[in-house]
Design a binder for this molecule. Structure first.
Ligand code: HAM
Length: 423
């Protein structure tokens, strides 16, 4: 009997991993331009960290975490997101004492036991970034600008949905307003919203069901309840982004599924992803470091879902494969021997080389070179080898005039000769 992967866990096969590499490389480049450094945190944490950071009554903590007892009975959890771990590490290593502002990014797998569907997996990957140490609106704008630049570099046009979720001064009053509003619409709300009403009324705005959306269409907007500092902060973030021509839409219904957010919150929703259309989410979390036992240090961050981002790029039909630059086709045992040495020489100078073995005929080898989209084939026949030469065929121009190259040339000259043959 064959064993299949666990439901909701997928393999990233080579044809897709080339695209993933490109995404990760671009993230590293875009984030480095803004002064971010990579932090690598464990996949496993004490359960308590997520319960405290994300919120006991969120869907993630209530029903989606992979939690299990360790052998000593302590409770461990596979991380459902990266922010809590980054902050745990930030506090544990007193990073705030080393630098006034920490700009950190991370890349890796996250685990949530959600119902799998297109774009939603139980193991998925995030590219995330966090800025700790400043609550200036300029920081919010800078982070969002970086996110925008990253998507532009990937040739993706996106719009940022943003909202302000207020702060502990203004949000409690709004929550009560919304709760009262919800009570007045009780009959029209779904069962989930009934329980949201008491636990986290803001999530009423987030329900996808038509009935609930209609019932809450006239709900009071958080924007009207913001205190003056939150209002000024939000206006300033928007001004800076508009000044830089970042496409933003203020979405008063935007609330987030994790409890730690305040003030600026945002999502990038993309077309063509089906119902799982959020490719990125994030926001400010000014009380979180303190809540997790650290000093009162503000923070803001985001995480991009790599699977969903990859789906957007795949829809553009771009090719990210890195085919061999040279395919070496030896004919006969002695040639194979020699081919082995030539391949080693070219590879150690950094060229991508595919070496055929197994004594197959020229036709079969050419078919494989074609399939791999190799640019040049270096054919090593026994007669020519005796003269220290090989024959090059340019697979792009498909010239009928294969060229002879001298194998005794120094590596860079040999590579040049291979590249120029057939031109
Ligand atoms: P989140 O909105 O829960 O935020 O997740 C961020 C992104 O991860 C989503 O927009 C989506 O693209 C992707 N994602 C989430 N769940 C799944 C899934 N089951 N399958 C595939 N992709 C998924 C956070 O995780 C916050 N930690 C972001 C943040 C960082 N906020 C501040 N700093």
């Amino acid at each position: 009997m064959k064993t299949a992967a666990v439901r909701g866990f997928r393999d990233i096969l080579p044809e897709e991993s080339a695209l993933w590499q490109m995404l990760v490389t671009q993230a590293r480049t875009s984030f480095a331009a803004y002064g971010f450094s990579e932090i690598i945190v464990p996949i496993l944490e004490k359960t308590d960290l997520f319960a405290r950071a994300i919120g006991e009554t969120t869907d993630i903590v209530e029903k989606e975490m992979y939690t299990f007892p360790d052998r000593d009975e302590s409770s461990l959890t596979l991380r459902p997101e990266g922010t809590a771990s980054v902050i745990r590490a930030y506090i544990e290593h007193s990073l705030h004492q080393k630098e006034p502002v920490s700009k950190l990014f991370y890349i890796g797998p996250m685990f949530r036991r959600e119902r799998p569907q297109k774009g939603r997996y139980r193991q998925f990957h995030q590219i995330g970034a966090e800025i700790l140490g400043r609550d200036d609106p300029l920081i919010d704008a800078e982070l969002l600008l970086m996110l925008h630049d990253f998507f532009v570099a990937l040739q993706l046009e996106v719009t940022l949905d943003i909202n302000s979720l207020g702060c502990p001064t203004c949000r409690p009053g709004y929550r009560e307003q919304l709760r009262a509003f919800g009570e007045s619409k009780l009959a029209a709300l779904c069962e989930d919203c009934h329980s949201r009403l008491n636990r986290n009324p803001l999530r009423l705005l987030d329900c996808k069901k038509d009935g609930c959306r209609q019932a809450t269409a006239q709900a009071p907007a958080l924007a009207d309840s913001l205190c003056d500092p939150c209002r000024t902060h939000f206006t300033s973030v928007q001004e800076r982004l508009r000044q830089e021509q970042v496409r933003i839409v203020v979405n008063p219904r935007l609330v987030r599924g994790l409890d730690y957010y305040c003030r600026t919150s945002f999502e990038i929703l993309a077309e063509g992803l089906g119902s799982q259309n959020a490719v990125c989410g994030g926001g400010r979390y000014d009380g979180l470091v303190e809540q997790l036992g650290g000093p009162a240090i503000p923070g803001i961050g985001f995480a991009i879902g790599v699977e969903r981002l990859a789906m957007l790029i795949q829809a553009q039909n771009r090719d990210f494969a890195t085919p061999p630059e040279v395919f070496i086709a030896p004919l006969g045992a002695a040639a194979e021997h020699q081919a082995f040495a030539v391949a080693r020489r070219l590879r150690s100078s950094g060229y991508r080389v595919e070496l055929e073995s197994g004594g197959r005929g020229l036709k079969a080898q050419m078919r494989r070179a074609d399939k791999l989209a190799a640019r040049h084939v270096l054919i090593l026949g026994e007669d020519e080898l005796a003269a220290g030469k090989g024959t090059v065929r340019d697979m792009q121009t498909k010239t009928d005039r294969p060229m002879s190259v001298d194998l005794s040339l120094a590596t860079p000259d040999l590579m040049n000769a291979i590249r120029n043959a057939g031109n």
